[in-house]
Design a protein around this ligand. Structure first.
Ligand code: ZN
Length: 453
């Protein structure tokens, strides 16, 4: 079937194009880009709309696998559905060291049953740490465990994982030797390493150096994850300077950030280990609980202690980031947009369902960022970092994953109270040349396939 998308403003930063052009889609690819109107079976008039490559979310947390061996896919609340409704066509899971499941087996499940979006994976280092038999996150691994991790991580990369992710914050027992030996498996195929750094706020500079040194010494591409929630407490300028210094001395380093001024994590996580009040210079009331009997309430010391003890999985929203720091991150030429979305059966941070439209409504429309620049941060930059040759672009021959949106209307709707609400103004999302979502509703939710490198 041939689909013609006509009259739209095509913005494709990978190809350095911003022009009114028509696209003919056929057999899952962009067959032709033209000023003509070739005959087609289906015509979409995109007049007044912007047509871009489908957004690529380089850092999100995938849906879990249900007991029946399929991906959890509840229409309203599955994160891949949230991704699709906001225009993401390729999502990269396995982040912050966390894999929900064996990552290669997960990619196989995506290929067997389909998913709402195309799915790529990093191999989560903590998953393999546990699988090697080390379940104490505070202590270093043994030599035998490390050897097992190296072997298994190498297999995961062979199976198509795009790199290795670390959650150094969540596994403080990781030492330099573990970082180096596990990262070294990426060298053969020059795959990337990504990290949620060891610490944030006042401790961010040492934490960043620790990880950037590993990338430098091994010569690997590096991605520093969700920097707003790492250096967004008054350290952003100095942090970005440090990143630029490494970059200018040969390190292939880039960062991602989500466009919100509050972060989200489980109350039992190491983020809230002893010392967090001092680190963020705050009191308990910066935490809002997203789940359980205190849902919607701000913390007191009593609530904090009780929930951390009894329901450590309870998700929280923490209001400690500085607006000016997040804005500064997005003014840096090498910071891409990523949602860091995480959904726990419909509960969580609205970034999972709103990040991409939000950059357009909160940064582009008020004039903080050019539209072309925003699209680059959502498409070309992640595609280039991940070396996805057919995605994040719309030239003839590229995969026909694309979004059509109304630049005047597009906006996120998800809130901390209702974190899965779909955005408005995302008119069409195509995956592999087929209509996957229309006006915030999923039309076909199983078109996604694995993305392997
Ligand atoms: Zn993280």
């Amino acid at each position: 079937m041939k689909t013609l998308i006509k009259n739209g403003l095509v913005i494709d930063p990978c190809n350095r194009v911003q022009a009114r052009l028509n696209l003919l889609l056929e057999d899952g690819r962009v067959a032709l880009v033209t000023r003509q109107e070739p005959p087609a079976d289906q015509v979409v008039d995109a007049a007044g709309r912007v047509v871009t490559p489908g957004f690529i979310d380089i850092h999100m947390h995938e849906d879990p696998v249900a007991p029946d061996g399929r991906l959890v896919n509840t229409e309203e609340t599955a994160i891949f559905n949230c991704m699709l409704r906001m225009g993401v066509t390729t999502a990269i899971g396995g982040q912050c060291g966390i894999s929900q499941y064996d990552p290669v087996a997960y990619l196989d499940l995506v290929d067997r049953y389909g998913a709402a979006v195309n799915v790529g994976m990093l191999a989560g280092e903590a998953f393999f740490r546990e699988r090697a038999g080390h379940d104490d996150k505070y202590t270093p691994v043994t030599e035998d465990e490390l050897a097992a991790m190296e072997r298994e991580l190498a297999q995961a990369l062979e199976g198509g994982c795009l790199g290795v992710s670390y959650g150094i914050r969540y596994s403080p027992g990781i030492d330099r030797r573990e970082l180096e030996r596990t990262a070294a498996v990426c060298r053969r195929q020059d795959k990337l390493i990504a990290a949620h750094l060891r610490s944030d706020a006042g401790e961010i500079m040492d934490a960043a150096r620790e990880f950037l040194d590993v990338g430098r010494d091994l010569g690997l591409p590096v991605q520093v994850s969700h920097i707003g929630s790492m250096a967004g407490f008054g350290q952003m300028e100095e942090f970005l300077q440090l990143v630029d210094e490494y970059h200018m001395n040969g390190l292939r380093v880039s960062c991602d950030c989500y466009p919100y001024y509050a972060f989200s994590t489980a109350l039992g996580s190491t983020t809230y280990d002893e010392g967090w009040l001092e680190r963020y210079h705050c009191d308990y009331d910066v935490i809002e609980l997203s789940q359980g009997k205190y849902k919607g309430r701000r913390c007191t010391k009593e609530i904090f202690d009780e929930v951390r003890r009894d329901e450590p999985e309870c998700l929280t929203v923490c209001y400690v980031m500085k607006e000016s720091d997040v804005d500064l991150a997005f003014s840096h030429p090498d910071v891409m947009l990523a949602s860091d979305g995480i959904m726990n059966y419909g509960q969580g941070h609205p970034r999972a369902a709103g990040s991409f439209p939000r950059l357009l409504s909160e940064f582009v429309r008020p004039g903080k960022m050019a539209l072309y620049d925003a699209i680059a941060r959502m498409t070309a930059m992640p595609a280039e970092k991940l070396r996805l040759a057919q995605k994040g672009r719309l030239n003839a021959g590229a995969d026909a994953d694309l979004v059509i949106f109304d630049p005047e209307r597009v906006a996120d709707q998800a809130t901390f109270e209702e974190p899965t609400l779909p955005p408005v103004g995302i008119d069409y999302v195509f995956l592999g040349g087929r209509l996957a979502a229309r006006d915030g509703k999923i039309v076909q939710g199983d078109l996604g396939r694995s993305v392997r490198g």
